[in-house]
Design a protein around this ligand. Structure first.
Ligand code: GAP
Length: 508
């Protein structure tokens, strides 16, 4: 996947009503996007699949929908007021600001790419006899580069774990990292910057009335955990899931919908007894990776990445990374959050947040494993994975969005071959009979070939064409998106046929 593929995703998203730049008539607002008529359908389908997988399919997980505004003490307790910072560094020549850790990670990525090139070159040279494992273990260039990566990683780990901003600055200087814009190494020192948006509640300004837009949905779950546990008569282990907006004043908001200031998270907190966190951390790692694979995302486009710098609340953490057109980046986080959040809320609120475990006959503050996925990043991952330019047998090309059928915005397009001779009327009857069951579209404009192409680009799994034979045999031509094969199907059997292909249950 390349820069070119990324540009294609952005232009395709706009052209086909998936994503528009926000407030475009006013020249947009940086890093803010609106989901269009097809984007909202795809987004809703992703949410639905996540919700069904996490809530409906687990008898011990329930969902909530907490308010975005929370008592300001929530953020004091969670550590976000004191520690939700990014280490930033400015280039004095370009005046551009960067996250210091991202600059170092990008440098590591460049070395990794060199290793991969070396491997690919050797693979070509040795053909079938090539043994990748042995090559990595013995090739001097690879070994030297890997040693370099290990040493940078170690230095970075030490600097971040001890909050030593000066050492981070020195590492950037030592690695001779240059600003991609100015090309110079003229850096300022590294400083911390809080990412929360602050506003005033009501008309009174002043510290007591300051509130924050939530930077994560998780805290709405923590403060409600006992409400849910008691009213739902839940026994540990149990989980609470939530989908909702989160806000972060990201300094370098870029890469389309990958990093935005307003975005959506799908989070689940799994409450467990202390001491079982390793088991459940591994359980959720595997479960979440399988969820991504169930959507047909290629194994080589997904990987785990262990955190070097642990967040203030975690004793273990990793990301599931997806290979976006701009490289492997975080798609989802899995965090072992210990009892940090509940303990902090108990201390500050002075309310007991303990769980009485009838099996152990004791009270304790539960430990928590969290799975947290960015909905917008999942959306971008699906677009990156699905958008293809395909060469057909006749040498022509088609653009196809090969989304999993059950996530496609529109499941079937109903198309009269021509507008006249009663075909439109017949097609509308079919549309009306299917619209309550599936999200369908009706289209009679342009040639049938053009309408097929348009629906390929929208990811529509089935095109249903009403032609002159329809009134004779009560059948329609059904064209499948991926194979482009066509078959005649009786109108009465359409809904059963479509359901057998697009039902979300097929993903489980
Ligand atoms: N409750 C834990 C938490 O919020 P995080 O790793 O900071 O953890 C979780 O965020 C997920 O939210 C990320 O894996 C990413 O998918 C998404 N995310 C975070 N910041 C984002 C941003 N600025 N724009 C879009 N998605 C973002």
């Amino acid at each position: 996947m390349t820069e070119e593929h990324f540009k294609k995703i952005i232009s395709h998203s706009k052209e086909f009503g998936f994503i528009f730049p926000s407030s475009e008539i006013y020249d947009g607002l940086s890093a803010t996007y609106d989901y269009g008529q097809n984007g909202v359908e795809l987004k809703n389908n992703i949410k639905k699949y996540w919700w069904r997988s996490m809530v409906q399919m687990h008898e011990n997980i329930v969902g909530i929908d907490a308010a975005i505004f929370m008592h300001p003490n929530t953020w004091k307790a969670s550590g976000h007021i004191d520690a939700f910072n990014d280490p930033l560094i400015d280039n004095k020549d370009s005046k551009k600001r960067y996250r210091a850790d991202v600059l170092i990670e990008d440098h590591i990525l460049k070395i990794e790419n060199k290793i991969n090139k070396e491997i690919q070159k050797a693979k070509k040279r040795f053909g079938e006899e090539f043994n990748e494992k042995t090559f990595i273990q013995t090739n001097q260039n690879v070994l030297r580069r890997q040693k370099n990566i290990d040493s940078i990683t170690k230095k970075m780990e030490n600097a971040f774990n001890s909050d030593d901003l000066n050492s981070i600055y020195e590492l950037i200087v030592e690695l001779e990292i240059i600003c991609p814009v100015s090309g110079t190494k003229n850096w300022t020192s590294v400083k911390q910057f809080n990412l929360m948006f602050q506003t005033e509640l009501g008309s009174v300004s002043g510290e007591s009335a300051s509130i924050f837009l939530r930077p994560e949905t998780a805290q709405g779950i923590f403060v409600n955990y006992l409400n849910v546990q008691k009213t739902g008569r839940k026994k540990i282990p149990f989980g609470i899931a939530q989908i909702g907006k989160a806000f972060r004043n990201e300094i370098i908001a870029r890469q389309f919908i990958f990093r935005m200031r307003e975005f959506e998270q799908m989070e689940m907190q799994f409450f467990i007894s202390p001491g079982t966190q390793e088991k459940w951390y591994n359980h959720w790692k595997e479960n979440r990776m399988n969820w991504h694979k169930s959507l047909g995302i290629a194994e080589e486009s997904l990987r785990f990445h262990d955190h070097i710098k642990l967040a203030h609340y975690a004793d273990a953490a990793c990301d599931i990374e997806f290979k976006y057109p701009f490289g492997f980046k975080e798609l989802e986080g899995i965090h072992s959050r210990t009892d940090f959040d509940l303990k902090q809320h108990e201390n500050l609120s002075k309310k007991k947040l303990r769980y009485f475990d009838p099996e152990k006959n004791e009270s304790y503050i539960p430990y928590v494993i969290e799975t947290s996925i960015g909905l917008d990043r999942m959306f971008l991952a699906l677009l990156s994975h699905s958008l293809k330019e395909e060469e057909l047998k006749d040498g022509t090309f088609r653009t196809v969005l090969s989304l999993p059928y059950s996530l496609a915005p529109t499941k079937a397009a109903i198309l009269p071959l021509v507008k006249k001779d009663g075909l439109s009327e017949k097609a509308k009857v079919i549309f009306n009979s299917l619209k309550a069951i599936f999200n369908c579209s009706y289209d009679e404009k342009d040639s049938i070939g053009k309408r097929y192409r348009r629906n390929d680009a929208l990811g529509t799994p089935f095109c249903i064409t009403v032609d002159y034979e329809t009134s004779k045999d009560n059948s329609v031509t059904v064209r499948e998106r991926d194979s482009m094969s066509q078959e005649r199907i009786k109108i009465d059997e359409l809904s059963k046929f479509i359901d057998s292909k697009v039902n979300m249950n097929l993903l489980f």
